[in-house]
Design a protein around this ligand. Structure first.
Ligand SMILES: *[C@@H]1O[C@H](CO)[C@@H](O)[C@H](O)[C@H]1NC(C)=O
Length: 156
């Protein structure tokens, strides 16, 4: 009985390991990898930036950055599926666990568009600031970079 279970499970495990080793066609370019690593080196998850990043600029002294996506981007943010737009160029100031002076990310909520002005890390949560108003979401929802909708439709 135990033997037949192993024979059943073994091909299954093999199948899983094969399918996970298939390269992801949506893998970000090396450019976007470095922009995303700026996020992680300051305590932020990569999912705050879409996969497609054309170039970025960071002043290591002041933390001021500018991210060039190449084109405006529309996407859906987890976990509540808020519609968000990213301008072609995102600017702000990043320091450990805090992004301020943010410009270029807008979220649709309560029938209006809101510009996200800052993002903070608070324990396991991300705190999004819209002026004086804040909204808290578990950071684990942002472990993966979303793909821009509209521009290039990926088939998957
Ligand atoms: C980086 O920021 C510092 C401090 O604000 C400033 O003095 C410096 O000129 C900036 N460097 C560049 C290349 O903009």
């Amino acid at each position: 009985m135990a033997n037949s279970l192993i024979f059943f499970l073994f091909p299954l495990a093999l199948l899983i390991s094969i399918s996970t080793s298939i390269p992801n066609p949506n893998k970000p370019s090396s450019n976007s990898l470095t922009a995303h690593s700026v996020l992680t080196s300051h305590g932020f998850p990569i999912g705050l930036l879409p996969t497609d990043v054309l170039s970025y600029d960071l002043n290591h002294t002041s933390g001021h950055f500018s991210v060039n996506l190449g084109y405006p981007c529309r996407l859906t943010l987890p976990p509540d599926n808020y519609l968000a737009t990213y301008s072609k160029k995102i600017t702000g100031k990043i320091v450990e666990n805090r992004i301020a002076e943010l410009n270029g990310i807008r979220v649709r909520a309560f029938f209006q568009w809101w510009g996200i002005t800052g993002i903070k890390i608070n324990g396991d949560d991300l705190v999004f600031e819209v002026g004086m108003v804040t909204a808290k979401y578990p950071a684990k929802n942002f472990d993966e970079s979303p793909q821009c909708e509209g521009k290039k439709r990926s088939s998957s």
